[in-house]
Design a protein around this ligand. Structure first.
Ligand code: GLN
Length: 241
């Protein structure tokens, strides 16, 4: 039995679980050799049953605070260090999974599974939320028109290469760093960059992969009746090991 969990402390966890279920229902032949279970995760033992975990979108400050109050921070830190486990953070989940955060709340905690620095609410006031058809065919077969939903989304502001635990000469007190000194050694791949957003000459990184850790600024679990991103996660991150 393969158990895929969604961290169910706050945010859009149900949607992720429904989407995974749908992937299995829509492709009975492909998956009939496997028995999948998609579960809500709130406790250490629920977490430790999982082969893979999704950290949903929502509010990264709330997710971090509830994780702390429910004693889930340490189990989550241990989970991301275990290289046999896949983890996918969407939106607030990407923030929680990052190594550094530029404009977080003081008490906000980070897990540090992806060697990236993120910025919260990166899309400005006038475009807090939007949907855009994006071409993901470079990593998902034939997926050239995926309806990506962005809701007060973060972006990946910096790829942290080299020894990410080494102290910078000038430490920026406004940058929150992850709780542990785990250093993901897998290569960091940029999967998608939004170019010239808002007609500015910018390159906003909105999807990265580092080994079996995945981070997306957008919400594939809110893409209306489009389950391709979740199918790709099952195929690439859950079954391909
Ligand atoms: N703005 C939220 C945060 O900073 C993320 C929004 C989302 O997950 N849709 O946590």
């Amino acid at each position: 039995e393969i158990v895929v969990g969604a961290l169910a402390l706050q945010g859009a966890f149900k949607e992720h679980l429904d989407y995974f279920q749908k992937v299995i229902e829509l492709h009975p032949q492909q998956y009939n050799h496997y028995s999948f279970k998609f579960v809500e995760v709130r406790t250490e033992s629920e977490l430790n049953n999982c082969h893979a975990l999704v950290i949903p979108g929502g509010e990264s400050t709330a997710i971090s605070l509830i994780a702390e109050r429910t004693h889930m921070l340490q189990p989550l830190l241990d989970f991301i260090k275990d290289e046999s486990k896949s983890v996918w953070g969407t939106c607030a989940g990407l923030i929680f999974l990052a190594k550094q955060l530029k404009n977080g709340k003081v008490n906000q905690k980070l897990l540090g599974g992806l060697n990236v620095q993120v910025v919260r609410n990166a899309f400005g006031r006038q475009v807090n939320s939007f949907e855009s058809k994006l071409d993901f065919s470079s990593f998902i077969k034939d997926c050239n028109d995926f309806p990506a939903v962005f809701i007060r989304a973060p972006v990946i502001d910096k790829l942290l290469t080299g020894d990410v635990n080494e102290k910078d000469e000038e430490e920026d007190p406004n940058i929150i760093k992850s709780l542990n000194n785990y250093n993901n050694k897998a290569s960091l791949e940029v999967l998608y960059t939004l170019d010239n957003f808002d007609n500015n000459n910018n390159h906003l990184i909105v999807a990265v992969r580092q080994g079996n850790k995945l981070g997306t600024s957008f919400h594939p679990e809110l893409a209306t009746e489009d389950y391709r991103f979740h199918k790709w996660f099952i195929d690439e991150f859950v079954l391909s090991k």
